[in-house]
Structures are given as C-alpha cells and as structure tokens.
Design a protein around this ligand. Structure first.
Ligand code: TYM
Length: 328
C-alpha cells in the first residue's frame, strides 16, 4: 500500500478552502493508502499565536479532522510537536537548502513584499520543516491545495539532493491536488485565495461558522456585471469560484451546472451554493459537537504519536548515520 501524508496549520479556524482543497480528499483516500495526517502546530508559530487561543484551535482542528470523516482506525492522526524528529530533520534539511531557493517561495515573497514588521526567520525556513514532515514518513503522495505545491516541489528537490549526496535515503514525493477546488477564492475578493488571514472576515467561510453567517457570506459574494453564469476564471472569477464550490460539494460537473443555469441568474446560483455549503457545514458541526469534549481527541493523538514516532525515529537515525552525525 502506498503512503500518503498531509497536514494543516491550525493558525485559526479551518475553512472551506482547507476542506475542499485538502481535508475532504484525505478522507476519500484513507481506504486506499496508508495515510498519515497531522496538525502542523510547529508551522503556525512562525507568527505569534495567543497561547490559549492556539490550544483551542489545536483541539478544534483534531475534532474537525474526525468530524469530517477521518477514522483513527484507518489512518494515523498526530500532533507534529509530539514527534521530535520533525524539528530535528527540519534543521538537517535547512542545512541542505539554499537561500536562493527559499527566497523564491511564493508565500515568503508575498509576506516579505508586504513589508510587515516582525517577519520571523521561521517564515523563511519553514518549507524545510515541511520537507522534513513529508520525507520522514517516506510519503509517496502528498495531497495539498495549489498554494502548497511549490513547497512539495522543494521537498522533492531536497530528497533528490540528499539521495545524490549520501545515497538513496528518501522517497521522492508527488503532490496531488483535486481537479476542482484546488484553489478556492475569497468570496469578497475573488482575486485572492480564501485564507485564514482574511481581514474583513467576509470572504472566508469557516467550518464552524454559524449557518446564517455562512449563508450571508455567500449571498453577498462579489460577482460581476456580465449577468450570465459562465465558467470563466479571468472575466468572471467570482461566479467561477461559486461554480467550483458547488461542483466540489455536489460532485456535479461544472459544465452540467453551467448548462442548468442558461436561463437563471446569479441570485439563484448563490442560493444553491449556500444550500450546499450549509448542508455540508451542518453535518460537520453536528459531529464536531459530539467529539470536541469527548476523550477521543486525547486517545487519537496518543495512538497517533506512538505510531508516527516509531517510523520517524528510524528514518532520522538513518539520515544522521549517513551524514556522519551519529557515532554509533
Ligand atoms: P495550510 O494550513 O495553509 O492549508 C492546509 C491545506 O489546505 C489547502 N488550502 C486550500 N485549498 C484550496 N483553496 C484554498 N483557498 C486553500 N487554502 C488552503 C492547502 O493547500 C493545504 O493543502 N504548510 C502547510 C501545512 C503543512 C503540510 C506539511 C502540508 C505542513 N507540513 C506537509 C502537507 C505536507 C500549510 O500551511 O497549509
């Protein structure tokens, strides 16, 4: 069975983009792959997190993983910081990475171009930690949304570089993204991706949003003046985004939806998208409430850490031996 691994950074509440671009796909894959899914809590401290809020986000993230259908009997679910080998291999891979390639990472470039104060060194080196997350487990496949593909490419380059320098050690991973929904855009500004750092809070639907709030965000989504439902990402990015959301949640092809909307307007489309989103959120939230205060979270993480630690420790030892770091 091939191995698959992915993670989500609990910087805030999980949103519909995370669900459609990533989480939903992990769930679909858990029967066919040996799946490892973790909460990337070391990644989220590249920017300051209020400790009590972070703790809540971590718990919510695990509860949402389970509520969305990940089954701890079928896959390994763990907290990144419970496996020390991530940070250790992250450092060793930082020492295999070049300033030039890290400077070219889109996420780093975007953050540094904004000229915000306090851009940490962690934001610059975090793709090396992400490479370690992947390479520790010999993951063949890494399901991610489009924005993370460049980081998986770096992991591939680092694996090849290390294998060439020290002999075969790492599997070179492949990124996979869903055909529809690999980049869900902001509802209030469809030129930007839906993101946790949405300042207005109108463009992003959180999985734990009140259903009326979620509906309002969709009915207020920015569209265009064309007045006809087409899938045209350049000229009608807002409508195209709504079509992608609907298609991803209902499995109806975009062509078929567009055909149904030949003589219908944007208002009806928004209504249908809102119904699909609210139905999806209602199911997730119902399960989330059953899980969040139960002891399933602790038992899942305990079991996950045991399994993950064994695999990661073995790989780390192999790497250190090859590099000449270990004596015995
Ligand atoms: P993060 O937490 O930003 O996002 C988690 C996953 O959700 C996808 N995603 C989206 N997909 C579609 N539309 C969107 N608007 C959208 N926003 C986010 C992301 O592509 C991602 O798949 N560095 C990673 C977490 C990570 C990781 C890893 C992932 C750490 N180590 C190892 C895979 C393997 C991150 O910040 O994702």
């Amino acid at each position: 069975m091939k191995r698959m691994l992915s993670g989500i950074k609990p910087t805030g509440q999980m949103h519909l983009g995370n669900y459609i671009g990533a989480l939903r796909n992990f769930v679909n894959y858990q029967d066919d792959y040996q799946l490892f899914v973790f909460i990337a809590n070391l990644h989220c401290v590249t920017v300051y997190q209020q400790p009590a809020q972070l703790r809540k986000n971590l718990k919510d993230a695990i509860a949402l993983y389970l509520a969305c259908g990940l089954d701890p009997d079928k896959c390994t679910i763990f907290l990144q910081s419970d496996v020390f080998a991530h940070a250790q291999l992250g450092w060793l891979l930082t020492c295999q990475s070049y300033m030039g390639e890290l400077s070219r990472m889109t996420q780093f470039k975007e953050k540094s171009q904004k000229k915000e104060d306090g851009i940490t060194a962690g934001i610059f080196t975090y793709p090396c930690l992400m490479a370690a997350d992947i390479l520790l487990y010999d993951a063949d496949i890494v399901p991610v949304g489009q924005d993370q593909k460049q980081h998986v490419e770096l992991a591939r380059n680092l694996a090849e570089r290390f294998n060439n320098r020290y002999s075969d050690t790492f599997i070179v991973p492949e990124p996979v993204s869903p055909k529809v929904g690999s980049r869900i855009m902001s509802l209030s500004d469809p030129s930007k991706k839906m993101s946790k750092s949405d300042e207005t809070n109108k463009g992003c639907i959180y999985l734990l949003d009140d259903l009326n709030v979620a509906r309002k965000k969709i009915t207020s989504a920015v569209t265009d003046m064309v007045g006809k439902v087409n899938y045209d990402k350049i000229n009608q990015p807002g409508i195209s985004n709504l079509l992608e959301i609907l298609s991803a949640l209902t499995n109806e092809s975009i062509d078929s939806i567009v055909n149904r909307y030949q003589d219908k307007g944007y208002g009806q489309l928004k209504g249908e998208v809102a119904d699909a989103v609210c139905q999806c959120l209602a199911t997730i939230q119902d399960k989330y409430h059953q899980i969040v205060d139960s002891d399933i979270i602790e038992s899942t993480l305990k079991k996950g850490a045991e399994v993950a630690n064994k695999i990661a420790y073995k790989k780390l030892k192999k790497v250190q031996k090859k590099m000449g770091i270990d004596i015995f």
